[in-house]
Design a protein around this ligand. Structure first.
Ligand code: 4GX
Length: 245
């Protein structure tokens, strides 16, 4: 899968993409990331990418021509691709969207806007989908593009070293993680729960499920309402409610 990023700040991407898991995925040729400088697709002496908004108002608007040129150049190889624009007006990104992107076998073009807006003709004629990474305002679409690349890439087979079992994944899907501990068993008087040192795997699984459900219930009622739970889960939940009051 190839990610084509269109930005006026290409340097932003190097540090993140050249480390750790993403770096390895690129080296293994599972993914490819190409960063395109929008200014390379301008035709004027000043390499202008923005202009004043028609009708007036604050801020600047990104001009359409460089985006059309950039996308035509990227699509010139004839490989099927989907164009995504990052903006607060988009559909809020989630794990389901990431999973379907990771399975579709097409390249992604990511448009990273700056300033107040991007000319509407870009959205109407070039963009297949507008995505937001959350309800807050950033200074540009570069961080959201990295969030999407990171989230989608780790779902592509071979990118993570350890492939989690499908059963484990669907069992824990939609609820928060349980607490985890590593050595030492006691540190400054702070002890690891005995059950984890017991070697009793059935008890450990039960404790972990209980922890995960408890956290989810206390911190994310919205998730508990959406996820499908087993009879055993409901028993654990009423135990927890009993304890917590
Ligand atoms: N999730 N921003 C994009 C400029 C802009 C405005 C309109 C296109 C259309 C954001 C977010 C986000 C701020 C990035 C505005 N580009 N993007 N930028 N939250 O806040 O994705």
């Amino acid at each position: 899968m190839r990610f084509d990023i269109i930005t006026i700040f290409p340097e932003i991407f190097n540090a993140y993409l050249n480390e750790s898991i993403i770096k390895r995925a690129i080296k293994k040729k599972i993914i490819e990331a190409k960063v395109h400088n929008l200014r390379d697709f301008t035709a004027d002496r000043h390499r202008t990418v923005d202009d004043y908004p028609y009708g007036g108002g604050p801020g600047m608007v990104m001009k359409p021509e460089p985006f059309f040129n950039a996308i035509e150049s990227i699509k010139a190889d004839g490989v099927k691709s989907r164009t995504i624009m990052l903006s607060p007006q988009g559909k809020v990104f989630n794990q389901d969207m990431a999973l379907s992107m990771s399975k579709e076998n097409q390249n992604l073009i990511l448009i990273c806007g700056r300033y107040e807006a991007v000319d509407e003709r870009v959205r109407e004629n070039l963009v297949d989908e507008e995505i937001s990474i959350g309800d807050y305002i950033l200074t540009g679409g570069e961080l959201p593009a990295l969030v999407i690349i990171d989230t989608v890439a780790r779902l592509i087979p071979g990118v993570l070293g350890d492939e989690r079992s499908k059963e484990e994944e669907s069992f824990t899907w939609g609820i928060l993680d349980y607490s985890q501990y590593t050595r030492p068993p006691e540190f400054r008087g702070l002890r690891v729960p005995d059950v984890l040192l017991s070697g009793n795997h059935k008890e450990i699984s039960r404790w972990r499920r209980r922890e995960a459900l408890k956290r989810t219930m206390l911190r994310r009622t919205d998730l508990i309402e959406k996820v499908s739970l087993t009879d055993e889960d409901y028993k654990l939940l009423s135990e927890i409610k009993e304890e917590e009051g």
